[in-house]
Ligand binder design. Structure first.
Ligand code: CP
Ligand code: NVA
Length: 308
């Protein structure tokens, strides 16, 4: 997609509704092999947090496009010895064609993007996980034919995934409800942005009532109760989040054709039960697969890949 060439993806709000739709369509054509793209470029992965899906799906996507990948584990670079982000960014910019970063502070990602001319992709920060949510929207579109007019309910911690879901749903014309315990709401500025994108045409709702939030929803989504970097809070959070577990009882309140999504990794028995993860409404494995297809579309668009 010509309009995305050379751009960054730091927040899902960086993309317009049309750009998101075009990416979803491109990813679906790549998945069905109706479309074949090639770009002989080099992707760097600079991940300061653990990753299975994002690391492997980006790597395989880039290989399938004919490109190459360098895994820039901070521990084996000078990043871990305190080299300033501004300096690292300007140097990596001279070697790489595109850079995906997983880190804690969104601000660090923004500094990278300011100092590097090459496209910079948010591969998860404490604030957002846009690549995940693009794959989630692709999964919803596959299951229902279109996202427009459906309702997604996110139940659990108002974290990076919840923030990106607010933006993503607003961008594709879905109603979005986020049910969290008091004090664990999503980011207020992102909520405001999501409301402004939705423009009153779709619902953007925060609630503390998981049952009311789930009623009639088409997509039930959850994520861990303590994200990477919050491990010390995990035990204290358990009793607070217990009423927000996605289990058969909660799922029975959703639309009968509702699907269940989870970005993974899951803490089975905490935010989601085994029964729901393995149940007939779970689309979790397709969702994980779609990370690879949507990120291939994203890489191809940001790099300007050629059709073959
Ligand atoms: N969902 C997701 O981003 O998984 P990883 O942390 O394994 O990359
Ligand atoms: N909210 C989780 C998502 C992991 C993919 C975390 O940040 O750890």
């Amino acid at each position: 997609m010509a309009g995305l060439k050379g751009r960054d993806l730091l927040s899902l709000a960086d993309f317009s509704p049309t750009e998101v739709q075009e990416l979803l369509q491109m990813a679906s054509q790549l998945k069905s092999q109706q479309l074949r793209l090639r770009c002989n470029k080099v992707l760097g992965l600079l991940f300061s947090k653990a990753s299975t899906r994002t690391r492997v799906s980006f790597t395989v996507a880039m290989y399938q496009l004919g490109g190459q990948v360098i895994d820039l584990n901070p521990n084996v670079t000078q990043v871990s010895r305190g080299e300033p982000v501004q300096d690292t960014a300007r140097v990596l910019d001279r070697y790489l064609d595109i850079l995906a970063i997983r880190t804690f502070a969104q601000q660090e990602l923004e500094i990278f993007a300011n100092y590097a001319q090459i496209p910079v992709i948010n591969a998860l920060t404490d604030l957002e996980h846009p690549c995940q949510v693009l794959a989630d929207l692709m999964t919803v579109q596959e299951c229902f034919g279109s996202c427009t007019g459906l309702t997604l309910t996110y139940v659990g911690d108002g974290n990076n995934v919840a923030n990106s879901l607010l933006l993503g749903c607003a961008l594709v014309g879905m109603n979005v409800r986020v049910a969290t315990p008091n004090g664990f709401e999503p980011n207020a500025a992102i909520l405001e942005t999501a409301r402004s994108i939705a423009g009153g045409k779709t619902e953007v709702l925060l609630t503390h009532d998981p049952e009311a939030g789930t009623k009639g929803a088409h997509v039930i989504y959850t994520d861990v109760w303590a994200s990477m970097g919050q491990e010390e809070e995990a035990n204290d959070r358990l009793p607070v989040f217990q009423p927000y577990q996605v289990n058969d009882r909660l799922l029975s309140l959703a639309d009968p054709n509702a699907i269940v999504l989870h970005c993974l990794p899951a803490h089975r028995g905490e935010e989601i039960t085994d029964e729901v993860m393995e149940g007939s409404q779970s689309q979790i494995w397709n969702q994980a697969e779609n990370r690879m297809h949507i990120q291939k579309a994203l890489l191809a668009s940001l790099l300007g890949a050629e059709e073959i």
